[in-house]
Design a protein around this ligand. Structure first.
Ligand code: DP6
Length: 388
């Protein structure tokens, strides 16, 4: 009889901020200067597998990396389907190709999850596994796959850290049923996991719920919405990597003369956006999101060491979209720290918008997604269906 594989597999979606996290008050723990609010995606996600193996004498570290294998970008997943089994996923999962700094960041994060589990699992009625991930008694292998191009400007660090947190947190539990019950029934447990994830990468904490999530300080919460169901598009202007990482952008924006007053302005805007989502005022959500991404990019363009993510095509498309946002049924337009443009429209008008955007893109790639609800543990099977 073959040996049963000990593995924990989780998927987590990316999210796109309408009010941005830009500027940190504590960069060690990723505490933001201001609250932010995002829309959780669905199929644009990362799957992470943590596998426990037998530790060999030659293993230098307790997490093994084989950086020659690139991370897969060909996986497609549909959150509504139940077709994701570890056997089907197996062909896509790869050890991510990372430099030394990236590897240390991953190992540090698994250790962070383990130490938080050690300190707090008893509060949530979860017994600790005898063999915690990242400890020296076993060899742990991390594999992952994205459903989107890594350099597409979609926040892969958000989905990656959320999925890694889920997989590592599940691996810390002695009984997967206890973990699943806490995840399904206890919102304090979900916030606890989101908080650990935030320390890995700030925006990942907003991927723990959906479709509208507000993050303030160390807390996240879902914002009730009367907006219609939305469809999401990414206009992929380039798939090249960015020259300024978002971590660096967080530091550089404080050197802009426009930084002064930013926290007050964005806090007032966040309050208006929250209210517009609650009351279902799509036109107001569109207006506020438009101003917010322009303000964030203006901070980039005017920092002491100025930089831009824009390409000529970014501006051409924004000109087209500036007409649309003034219409009676406006789309929500926003940009992340990258050249690509995100457009959210009423799901009932998705086909019409898909055609229009493809036409404007002149054959360039347009990714399409829908609204999502947060991470899920895919394996072990005892935890299936956690927060569907
Ligand atoms: C522009 O979460 O990537 O996407 O905490 O340093 O990992 P770190 O930063 P990160 O910053 C994301 C910034 C943003 C806006 C946002 O998502 O709110």
């Amino acid at each position: 009889m073959g040996e049963v594989k000990s593995a924990w597999v989780a998927r987590a979606p990316s999210n796109i901020a309408l009010i941005k996290y830009m500027g940190k008050s504590d960069s060690f723990r990723n505490i933001p200067e201001n609250g932010s609010l995002s829309f959780t995606l669905n199929r644009l996600c990362t799957v992470v597998e943590l596998e426990k193996g037998v530790r060999s004498e030659t293993d230098a570290s307790s997490l093994r990396w084989l950086p020659e294998k690139p991370c897969s970008e060909k996986l497609t997943l549909d959150a509504e389907s139940d077709a994701e089994s570890p056997t089907e996923l197996e062909q896509w999962l790869r050890v991510p190709s990372l430099g030394n700094a990236g590897i240390s960041r991953m190992i540090r994060h698994v250790e962070r999850v383990r130490e938080a589990a050690r300190a707090r699992y008893s509060e949530f009625g979860i017994a600790l596994s005898d063999d915690l991930p990242g400890e020296r008694s076993a060899s742990w292998i991390l594999r992952s796959a994205n459903t989107f191009p890594a350099a597409s400007g979609i926040a892969s660090s958000a989905s990656f850290f959320a999925a890694l947190t889920m997989a590592a947190a599940a691996a810390c539990a002695k009984e997967i049923e206890a973990f699943s019950q806490a995840w399904e029934r206890d919102s304090a447990f979900r916030s606890f996991l989101a908080g650990i994830s935030r320390e890995g990468s700030g925006s990942s904490c907003r991927s723990f719920d959906g479709p509208y999530v507000e993050w303030e300080g160390e807390m996240i919460h879902r914002v009730e919405s009367k907006l219609p169901e939305l469809a999401h598009f990414v206009l992929l202007i380039t798939e090249q990597g960015k020259e300024v990482s978002s971590s660096e952008a967080h530091a550089r924006v404080k050197g802009s003369p426009l930084w002064s007053g930013r926290v007050e302005r964005v806090t007032a805007r966040l309050a208006r956006l929250r209210e517009a989502i609650r009351s279902g005022d799509m036109a107001e959500v569109s207006r506020l999101s438009w101003v917010e991404f322009w303000e964030m990019h203006s901070l980039f363009h005017t920092s002491a060491d100025p930089f831009t993510y824009w390409q000529p095509a970014t501006l051409a498309l924004l000109q087209q979209l500036s007409g649309a946002v003034k219409s009676s049924a406006p789309p929500i337009v926003t940009m992340d720290a990258g050249p690509n443009i995100h457009v959210l429209v009423e799901a009932t008008r998705a086909s019409e918008w898909s055609e229009k955007l493809s036409h404007w893109m002149g054959g360039g790639k347009v990714l399409r997604d829908s609204q999502g609800a947060g991470p899920r543990l895919l394996f072990p099977a005892g935890a299936r269906g956690a927060r569907g």
